[in-house]
Design a protein around this ligand. Structure first.
Ligand code: FES
Ligand code: FES
Length: 167
């Protein structure tokens, strides 16, 4: 079947999609968007997190056909051209970028958190990221990164010249 949907702002078609194919497979293998990672393929790790119509989902659990006519935003779509999203920059600045498996999903989920809750508590951050597993870290730098992005956003709100935002 053909799936027609919007991916990172572009109308996109994927042909010859099998009924059991996941959205993750289509993004990675058919559309050349490898940012969303396939780590567990069971909805357990969050590495494949994408936006589907503005809500975050595990792309490995979504059938590609379910994306028909809908809007998908992947980690590749967070940046505005060459300009990183504030949460991406904060992950870099806080040293929270570790392996390539967990980081993309953490970025999308943190981006969604900050869009919905611009000044999250530590409990909010932990709750939001609870579905994103990293087997290697104590999560502290990830917490620091989200706090940094939120703090910069708050600073931008009080500084008309500030350029940071959650989107
Ligand atoms: S690859 Fe989808 S949740 Fe792990
Ligand atoms: S799984 Fe990514 S740094 Fe541990």
């Amino acid at each position: 079947m053909r799936v027609t949907f919007t991916v990172n702002g572009r109308r996109t078609e994927a042909d010859d999609v099998w009924e059991g194919e996941s959205l993750l497979y289509v993004l990675r293998e058919r559309l050349g968007l490898p940012g969303s990672k396939n780590a567990c393929e069971q909805g357990e790790c969050g590495s494949c997190t994408v936006y589907l119509d503005g809500a975050t989902v595990c792309a490995c659990l979504v059938a590609a056909g379910q994306a028909q006519g809908r809007d998908v935003r992947t980690v590749e779509g967070l940046a505005a051209g060459e300009r990183l999203a504030p949460v991406q920059q904060a992950f870099l600045d806080a040293g929270a970028v570790q392996c390539g498996f967990c980081t993309p999903g953490l970025l999308v989920q943190a981006h969604a958190l900050l869009a919905a809750t611009p000044r999250p508590s530590d409990a909010d951050i932990r709750e939001a990221l609870s579905g994103n597993l990293c087997r290697c870290t104590g999560y502290e730098k990830i917490m620091d990164a989200v706090r940094l992005a939120a703090g910069r956003r708050a600073g931008a709100e009080t500084d008309p010249a500030g350029a940071e935002g959650a989107s």
